[in-house]
Write a protein that binds this ligand. Sequence first.
Ligand SMILES: [Zn+2]
Length: 162
Amino acid sequence: MSEPPRGYESIKIQKTEHAEENAKSINVLDEEIKKVIYHAETSGEKLFIPGEERFFTKTKIGEKTFYVEYSPVGEGEYRVFNVYAYKPVHKGGKLVGAQTVNWHCFKCGVPMRAASVNMEYRGISGAVEGIMCPKCGETYLLEDVVKAKVLKAEKLIDAKSR
Ligand SMILES: [Zn+2]
């Protein structure tokens, strides 16, 4: 395991082509990616895949929730595989069936499970498919659902409330 970085400013990142594309199209800055990784590494609020040095984390900065999927590659240096962000806020969720995914909650050490996740934005609520820790109740949304549903809903609601 690598040492936790001194501060987010000292973190070095290298983005994959996919992360670079998402960062551009969803407007995520390198500084935000570094803050998210720093928060995950210092708080332990992240998901992991057993046997792999691969992590997935989400953090709220300002009005957006940012997601970063990453691996440590050296002292304070990380390879970033995926990044996305949205403004709707998480309002809990409920487990649906027994289906589990590879991602495990780092704090609880148990596999995440398929869930229906409640989201709210500017007074409008809805549920989308996501994953949830059966122990601590932390909910995450995966990229396909974020792109197909959450970001579209966010744009529509923004346009209506303008
Ligand atoms: Zn948990």
